[in-house]
Ligand binder design. Structure first.
Ligand code: ATP
Length: 395
């Protein structure tokens, strides 16, 4: 049914822009697949190639059991929902949702039934007689989705459908989309540059950079086990702390800090420099959560941000920061690269319990769990996987 397969798909636009490079991706029937990455990484182009709105330069597109690479969009049995949903202003909700079916001369009772069903699922029943101008942004977006739904396609392709909504509505619509997907069970391919949206909606998430697929996995696996520096820096908010570190015997040195190495993990990197990654949430204030098994580093808090649910302690580390080219290009993406405080100094973020006594300018003792450290090769940016991760001690 709604399985979608991309086989070695590439796209080169006239003028030589390589928008998509050799992407292979298998989307299961009924799966919610999110394509995420910074601006210009090729997400929309991939979606448009699935829809047939853009030819592929190389490779094959399969929808259901059919190779559709050379088929017209209307023969592909998919429905698109865009960021700019154009509703007909002079038609009410019922007419807007049913318009396509009326155009195809679907019998009236069938139109009424499908519109009624869609309106029920989308909680639009009481608005059927209203014109778009009298609806909220979220309701209008639901009408646009309703229009796609009544076509009963094999798959929905959605291109940043929530980006025109304000923050609160976006969160609400996100939950509704998730519910809708559970109810309909239809395959969804969803494009966004917002990693939080990707992580909350996707059964699986495909991370792209410069037209190249970096990693495809469940949100949890991307967060816990990023395959390279790019994914590590892109997924997670606040972003993973990344810094150069030296493997010296059984210890890891970064800035003025020395920490015991997780047993056996970096044997082949002894005496060399690696990139160390620590998630902000893998720090704890050692004076709030005391665990004598955990090593502690003592730092000076540059800034303490109390968010109520947790506190972010920003502190300098005297070691070269890692520049993540491409990650910070899109200011809207909300995924900052590690801050650069001064040359050769990185600013780390620790997300700790809000009961922390840390104060701006004061000393803080932070415990870390080396079993949760991430290591990347400095030359290739790839994760160093010499041994399976130890099972981390419970927090
Ligand atoms: P955004 O989040 O900004 O929409 P995106 O990841 O969806 O970005 P695409 O729109 O797929 O990116 O574009 C990928 C690359 O292809 C970009 O470098 C873009 O400038 C280029 N591109 C897109 N459409 C065309 C076109 N019709 N002609 C030439 N280049 C194009």
């Amino acid at each position: 049914m709604g399985r979608i397969v991309l086989e070695h798909v590439s796209k080169e636009f006239p003028g030589g822009v390589q928008a998509v490079r050799d992407v292979s991706l298998e989307i299961e029937n009924g799966e919610f697949m999110v394509l995420v990455g910074p601006s210009g990484c090729g997400k929309t182009t991939i979606l448009r190639m699935i829809a047939g709105l853009e030819d592929v330069t190389d490779g094959e597109v399969v929808i259901g059991d059919r190779v559709v690479t050379d088929e017209k969009p209307k023969d592909r049995d998919i429905a698109m929902v865009f960021q700019n949903y154009a509703l007909y202003p002079h038609m009410n909700v019922e007419q807007n949702i049913g318009f396509g079916m009326r155009l195809r001369r679907t019998p009236k009772p069938e139109v009424r039934r499908r519109v009624g069903d869609a309106a029920g699922v989308l909680a639009l029943r009481e608005y059927l007689a209203r014109k778009p101008a009298d609806l909220s942004g979220g309701q209008r977006q639901r009408v646009a989705i309703g229009r796609a739904m009544v076509r009963q396609p094999q798959a929905f392709l959605m291109d940043e459908p929530l980006s025109n909504l304000d923050a609160k509505l976006r969160v609400q619509m996100r939950a509704e989309l998730a519910r809708l997907h559970t109810e309909l069970g239809t395959t969804i391919v969803y494009v966004t540059h917002d990693q939080v949206e990707a992580m909350t909606l996707g059964d699986r998430v495909a991370v792209l950079r410069d037209g190249v697929l970096q990693q495809v996995d469940t949100p949890q696996a991307l967060f816990r086990d990023p395959a390279n520096l790019f994914v590590a820096g892109f997924i997670g908010s606040p972003a993973m702390n990344l810094v150069e570190a030296t493997v010296a015997g059984d210890t890891l040195e970064f800035g003025s800090h020395r920490l015991p190495l997780p047993a056996g993990r970096l044997d082949t990197y002894r005496g060399r420099t690696v990139i160390l990654g620590i998630r902000p949430s893998d720090f704890q204030d050692a004076d709030v959560w005391h665990d004598e098994r955990r090593p502690v580093i003592e730092v000076t808090a540059e800034v303490v941000e109390d968010l109520g649910t947790e506190a972010h302690v920003l502190f300098p580390v005297e070691a070269a920061p890692v520049e993540l080219e491409g990650v910070a290009e899109d200011p809207q993406a909300g995924t900052p690269i590690p801050l650069v405080a001064a040359e050769g100094t990185s600013v780390f973020t620790a997300a700790v319990d809000a009961r922390t006594a840390a104060q701006t300018g004061g000393r803080v003792r932070l415990s870390v769990n080396p079993a949760r450290f991430h290591f990347f090769d400095r030359e290739t940016g790839r994760v160093i996987r010499t041994r399976p991760l130890e099972v981390p001690a419970p927090r």
